[in-house]
Design a protein around this ligand. Sequence first.
Ligand SMILES: [Zn+2]
Length: 363
Amino acid sequence: MTKVKDIYKYLDKLAPFNSAMDFDNCGLLVGDMEQDVRNVMISLDITKEVVKEASNNDIQLIISHHPIIFKPLKYINSNSVPYMLANSEISAICAHTNLDMADEGVNTCLADALELNNIHPLSIYKKEYYNKIVVFAPKEYESIIIEKMSENGAGELGDYSKCSFSSFGLGKYLCGKDSNPFIGKPNKYEITDEIKIEMICKKCDTKNVISAMKSVHPYEEPAFDVFEDKAIRYNIPLGLVGRLDKAMNSKEFAYYVKDKLKCEGVRYTEQNEKINKVAVCSGAGGDLVKDAFKCGAEAFVTGEIKHNQILEANDFNITVVDAGHFKTEDVVIERLVKMLSKKFSNVKFSKSLCFNDKIKYIS
Ligand SMILES: [Zn+2]
């Protein structure tokens, strides 16, 4: 039976929770990692209506984009969403800014929905730094150590996983009089065959990888080193920029966005006669106007933009299309349903039917 933790691990690989922005609160926010899961609902938000819909449909887990707990809670009343979830024995995993920035995340879905080509990061939120961990162990422990370290995030290199390098050598050591050596005897100098295992891991995963390695290492004092690996950097992008198949003017482009994102209406500025390069940032992305300019974008599509940011875009001669917070993020839900259904064939994933865009447009 699939458990909450299995789906959590998959999501953590897809959009690492520790890559979320500092202010954010992502991960398993309600429930139990060990809970069995048969039916999962996915929704941008978890409202009271969504919880009711879930409990009427035998849902054990809801995955949402916006966190249900953001600020520290001082009191949980029986009418609050966290209480209702716990009361209905429904777990909740929230994947917010980590999902915005993931390769298969919200911004990628937005760029794909707008059929942009040649996609690049709009801005770099942060760089991921790596360490190299070197472990010395008896040969017969090689596989289990590599396996355990991999399970905790070591050995990930682009599309490759469980990457390691092993070499053979002689370990030499004098066992102390009170020691209890796995190989050798107290007060004796020992020379033994050893394998040296090298694996990389993100700096933030180093502690977990080391304790996982120690949990299966047979030595009384596991021998290992940690070095900063300056060769590997992974940039976490904020927003994306890409090209349209054919150029269009501001009004045509606004209609294009409205059509592609199935919006009831959009707000836009009349700025450009020829739009080819487009920057996107799902949700509240108005802060990235300057980055859109630096990337040479002629248009910027986002879900929320303030008056002063619109003026800033005008100064940069960038057309702004505000397609609404909901529509710029809703694009990720179907993709999550699809990817999760493919990975967990014994679990039914569905999109919440009751949660939709709260904004209506009149003309
Ligand atoms: Zn949002």
